[in-house]
Structure formats: structure tokens, C-alpha cells
Design a protein around this ligand. Structure first.
Ligand code: SF4
Ligand code: SF4
Length: 169
């Protein structure tokens, strides 16, 4: 059971200093259009917003799902309360990185190994009807490009500081 006695009431200021967050009424419109809500585990931005509002610091630090956001910004367009859930998602990633720089979300290893976190497999029927390949092509199908991409990632702190995690990937 969640213990609010240990909650950090200033967490929202640390993560996403926007008073608009308090207008979130948990409607889930942000989740309904989110492609990463089909991921495993699903990205439920509404739940992450609730953790921030309630000050559930430890739970928020453990979440890997913000890293599966594909930055499409649909949630931002759909949110009826202008809470800016997409910006919140990015702010949570930054906050997690600031608070535990040794933490490597599984999605970063996935990005390094194949160039994306999850295939977006909606619209398969529409793609077929248009004569397009069923799946979007991925950088992992082009070894030279993947190698260039990895070199670029190695220049980021989160990967270079933890290079051992990517050996043999
Ligand atoms: S962030 Fe916006 S769309 Fe998502 S639950 Fe809150 S009010 Fe609804
Ligand atoms: S921006 Fe991220 S959280 Fe928002 S709908 Fe797209 S994938 Fe989901």
C-alpha cells in the first residue's frame, strides 16, 4: 500500500515546476493515444503524473517506462487540461538521470543494440492497403548506419560512463 506519510510534497517542483500539473484530473486521454501504452510494460503517463503530484519519489525513480516514450507529442495535443504530459515525461527522465546517474534504463540498451525501443505496429493494415511494407524499417537493418549511430551514442555521458554495459551487445 502507498504510504503518503513518507511522500515528498515538493517533488513536483523538483521534477516539473509547472502549476498546471495540479489540473490533471486523471482522465487518461493522454494514455489513449499513446503508442508506447502498447509497450511491455506499458507507458501510462497518467500514472506517472499522479506519482509526481503525490510526491512518490521512490516509485518514480524506479520507473523504466518514461524511457519508452517515442516523443510523438500526441498526449500533449490531446490533454484537455494543458498539463503538457509529453514535457512531463521528458522532465521525469531528466530528474531520474540527475538523481541516479548509474541507472541505465533497459530501453537505452535496446536503443544501442537495435536503434529503437519498440516497433510501432499499429496501422499494419493501412500500410498494406497502401502497398507499403508492413513494418517501418529500422536502423538495425543497415549495419554501417547502426555502427555510426552507436559511435554517436558513445559520446553521450549516460552511455560512455557505463560502457561496460554495452560490450558484446
Ligand atoms: S495529463 Fe491530461 S490527459 Fe493525462 S490524465 Fe491528466 S488531464 Fe488527462
Ligand atoms: S509523447 Fe510519449 S507519452 Fe506522449 S503520446 Fe507520445 S509516446 Fe506517449
Amino acid at each position: 500500500m502507498t504510504d503518503l506519510a513518507t511522500a515528498n510534497k515538493n517533488l513536483w517542483r523538483d521534477v516539473f515546476d509547472s502549476e498546471d500539473l495540479r489540473y490533471c484530473f486523471n482522465c487518461s486521454t493522454c494514455v489513449s493515444g499513446c503508442p508506447a501504452s502498447n509497450a511491455n510494460p506499458p507507458l501510462l503517463i497518467r500514472n506517472l503524473a499522479r506519482m509526481v503530484i503525490l510526491g512518490l519519489e521512490d516509485e518514480l525513480l524506479e520507473q523504466d517506462t518514461p524511457w519508452t516514450c517515442v516523443t510523438c507529442s500526441r498526449c500533449e495535443e490531446f490533454c484537455p487540461m494543458n498539463v503538457k504530459p509529453f514535457e512531463l515525461c521528458l522532465a521525469i527522465r531528466k530528474w531520474q538521470s540527475r538523481n541516479d546517474e548509474t541507472r541505465i534504463p533497459p530501453s537505452i540498451v535496446e536503443i544501442y543494440s537495435r536503434g529503437y525501443t519498440q516497433a510501432v505496429e499499429r496501422n499494419t493494415e493501412q500500410r498494406k492497403a497502401l502497398g507499403l511494407p508492413e513494418k517501418l524499417s529500422a536502423i538495425s537493418e543497415y549495419p554501417e548506419l547502426l555502427e555510426k549511430f552507436r559511435k554517436m551514442l558513445m559520446q553521450t555521458q549516460v552511455i560512455s560512463k557505463n560502457a561496460y554495459m554495452f560490450e558484446g551487445v
